[in-house]
Write a protein that binds this ligand. Sequence first.
Ligand SMILES: [Zn+2]
Length: 288
Amino acid sequence: MIGIIGGTGLYGLEGFTLEKEEHPETPWGKASDPIRLGTIETEKGKVKLAFLSRHGAGHRILPSEIPQKANLASLKMLGVKRIIAFSAVGSLKEEIAPGHFAVPNQIIDRTRHREDTFFGDGVVAHVSFGDPFCPDLNHVSVNAISKCNIPCHEKETLVCMEGPAFSTRAESKLYKSWGAGLINMSVLPEAKLARELEICYQMICMSTDYDSWRESEEAVTAEEIMKIVKQNSENAIKVLQAMLPHLAEIQEKECSCHHALQFSIITAPEKRKQETVQKLHTVLPKYF
Ligand SMILES: [Zn+2]
């Protein structure tokens, strides 16, 4: 099953047959919103989809408040093996104009208040995160965006800031000087938790504004951003439709993401705290 994490605009996907909604109780609470399960026919076969609205219906959850562990655990418990996540982002480069899409391959973490691991409390594990996105999904995403004739930027670095206020000009210039191209508040810990659960994950970034590094521009306002968000949502649906036949093709394929924990769990089995092991069993029965 393919998981789609996004905001509004994606439920109207043409040909999507909604079968049921699930809102499972996980050891980390409930997801931001009920998850919509259904199928869509493509020329390469049927694809099962699970939609989750990251900020909840009506956009009522701040990035720092998203129950990320519950979101990822719910998707995993429902059988999701791959996730395509959509996010509105600020651009740190002149050439990434508002309305352009980007497929990042790196992340810089500037979050401060978020729980970002399923481990700890008696079970230690360290997953590899050198390449934080799935190589297969990265490839499929770039191809689908290009096919839709939407300007697409690849191999960009995405800064994840805490928010909810946007960057100061000094911060924005600092991130730009690091060579980063994009900034948002959503990719972490989402991408990290997906890796810990051995789920393939790629974020598709939809540029809405130039953050605040440009001296010639007024500092960014939420109002400016909302205007372009609507156009981006319409394009996100097109991209997803272009991508589905390719996702159908790779859905049985194994990926290195599916073995991320194979050599990562450090704690000796007899020393693991049983309460934590029981929690982890719900999402990682292969190991716990
Ligand atoms: Zn993968």
